[in-house]
Design a protein around this ligand. Structure first.
Ligand SMILES: Nc1ncnc2c1ncn2[C@@H]1O[C@H](COP(=O)(O)OP(=O)(O)O)[C@@H](O)[C@H]1O
Ligand SMILES: [Mg+2]
Length: 524
């Protein structure tokens, strides 16, 4: 007898329907699996047999053929255990087909019939809803996650026996409690904690407003990491669609917290410089999103940029530009979104102290040149903002502490300009500038995405500003690419200033964010 039920296979961020067909035919006992199944799916033969037996069901004593269709799609992972077990029960007359009509299922079976969580329950729920399914059966641990997709009943269970009880009487299915959406917390890491560093703080604000990538150059302890970690808190809160997409991505990666509800915070990912290209851009025999995709809608922080392998960094180029990454496997290509802001940090030279007033640099000119040569690779081409940060002196740092008699906390110059503006205040300006940018740019693309023609069309630039820009190009020998970066940044500066046209002040400020180039020229 032939039986059929529905499951799903993950293809990047999405899932597609897989029809699980089981035929019980005369012949020697055994379970044969066809339809491009990987090792974990092949192993489900043993798990399914044991789970059925240990849950008190009959396993057929003849030949059982399991086909996973479409045959040209690679099926991975243990999530097919449950639909296979249910199809075997149907084919052997132990489960009425009517009960499985338009019901999708997914779950890994333990030998005792218990159900273990799977990756990508959200993507499966979306695919099931699209196909008009009546319900999706998932392991208990995936219930809350699947229920983030509205409009599809989710039946979650802890074991195969519970699944069969639910199928017999769906009214038993406990409604998945949608956890109240946690109110987005204010940023835990506030810009108010950063003393001084006006240039670095301003760069963060511009990066947040125009979605520009940022390079921080400075000696150890100058606050590069401290600044970078405060960028997510300056970005606008995630919209509902962004939160859903991000949660779906983490669900596919198997990183969504159990019962954690929708992700509300923009991610901050800081991979170690020794990481492999698969860890950074994604991959593996079962393609999974890498750090770049996990930073989607948030920040990817590459600390010690010069220590990353060049070939690994090279792979970031195209995805960073396109906002999506394709991972190719033998038979298919999987797509993951990765619209992340890049913040890179580096020491100014191998010893770390070049340009520091307090400590001499021990590197020779040729050492520095080599170091900079390595840095100025292809990735630096994509970075609009460069900032050289200096270490604060003891006096500056001391001001961030309150003394026992309650003094301090402000600059000797008073509260003006002490750089202790909070993230909330800066985020307010960023939100306003972003609205302006989205209103003006076609398809609401960020200023960082504008290139030649787009910049010319959109950026009204004042005559004086144009002259200053041309002058800087000549005097500093800026390449066309660098000059374009200056214009993009100036456009964002004008947006932050609520101005329609780019004036000379905006150009001058934008030019100040090429300081690593300047520093190199001075010391090279
Ligand atoms: N501008 C600053 N304001 C307040 N604290 C600072 C500042 N710069 C550095 N610090 C202190 O120094 C520590 C080291 O800074 P960090 O960001 O790790 O430096 P880097 O990444 O450049 O090596 C921080 O944890 C912080 O306590
Ligand atoms: Mg650091």
């Amino acid at each position: 007898m032939l039986a059929r039920c529905s499951g799903g296979a993950l293809t990047g961020l999405e899932a597609v329907e897989v029809s699980v067909e089981v035929d019980i035919a005369p012949g020697l006992p055994g379970l044969l699996m066809v339809g491009l199944a990987d090792a974990a799916v092949q192993e489900s033969r043993e798990r399914v047999r044991a789970a059925l037996r240990n849950s008190g069901w009959r396993t057929p004593l003849t030949r059982v053929i399991v086909n996973l269709a479409p045959a040209d799609l690679r099926k991975e992972g243990p999530a097919f255990d449950l639909p296979i077990a249910l199809a075997v029960l149907m084919a052997s007359g132990q489960l009425q087909p009517e009960r499985m009509r338009a019901v999708w299922s997914a779950g890994e079976l333990g030998l005792d019939g218990s159900l273990r969580p799977i990756r990508g329950a959200m993507a499966l729920a979306l695919a099931a809803r699209r196909s008009g399914a009546r319900a999706l059966v998932v392991p208990q641990a995936n219930g809350a996650e699947a229920a983030l997709v509205e409009g599809l009943p989710i039946w979650s269970a802890e074991s195969l026996s519970q699944v069969l009880a639910l199928l017999a009487d769906p009214s038993q299915a406990a409604p998945q409690r949608q956890r109240p959406r946690p109110r987005p917390r204010g940023p835990a890491l506030d810009l108010a904690d950063v003393r001084g560093q006006l240039h670095g703080r301003r760069a963060l604000e511009i990066a947040a407003a125009g979605a520009h990538h940022l390079l921080l150059v400075g000696p150890p302890g100058s606050g590069k990491t401290m600044l970078a970690r405060r960028l997510p808190g300056l970005l606008p809160p995630l919209s509902r669609d962004e939160a859903l997409e991000l949660s779906q991505l983490y669900s596919v990666a198997g990183l969504l917290e159990r019962d954690g509800g929708l992700l509300q915070q923009r991610p901050f990912r800081a991979p170690h410089h020794g990481c492999s290209s698969a860890a950074l851009v994604g991959g593996g025999s079962v393609p999974r999103p890498g750090e770049l995709a996990l930073a989607h809608h948030g920040v990817l922080f590459l600390d010690e940029l010069g220590e990353f392998r060049r070939d690994v960094l090279n792979q970031l180029r195209q995805p960073l530009e396109e906002g999506e990454i394709w991972i190719s496997r033998a038979r298919q290509r999987q797509r993951f979104p990765c619209a992340a802001s890049l913040v890179a940090a580096t020491n100014p030279c191998p010893c770390g102290w070049f340009g520091d007033p307090g400590r001499p640099c021990r590197c020779s000119t040729s050492m520095r040149e080599r170091y900079w040569g390595k840095l100025s690779g292809p990735l630096l081409d994509r970075i609009d903002l460069q900032v050289v940060v200096r270490r604060l002196d003891a006096e500056d740092l001391g001001r961030s502490y309150r003394t026992a008699n309650g003094s301090c906390g402000t600059d000797s110059s008073g509260s003006e300009g002490n750089g202790s503006e909070s993230s909330a205040v800066v985020a307010g300006r960023v939100a306003k500038a972003r609205r302006r940018m989205q209103h003006r740019n076609p398809d609401g693309v960020a200023n960082s995405q504008l290139t030649g023609a787009g910049l010319r069309r959109l950026g009204q630039i004042e005559t004086e500003a144009l002259q200053l820009w041309q002058q800087a190009m000549q005097q500093r020998g800026l390449s066309a690419r660098s000059a374009e970066r200056v214009l993009r940044v100036a456009r964002t500066i004008a947006d932050l200033g609520d101005q329609d046209s780019v004036d000379a002040t905006a150009i001058a400020e934008a030019l100040s964010f090429r300081s690593f180039d300047q520093c190199r020229r001075a010391g090279g």
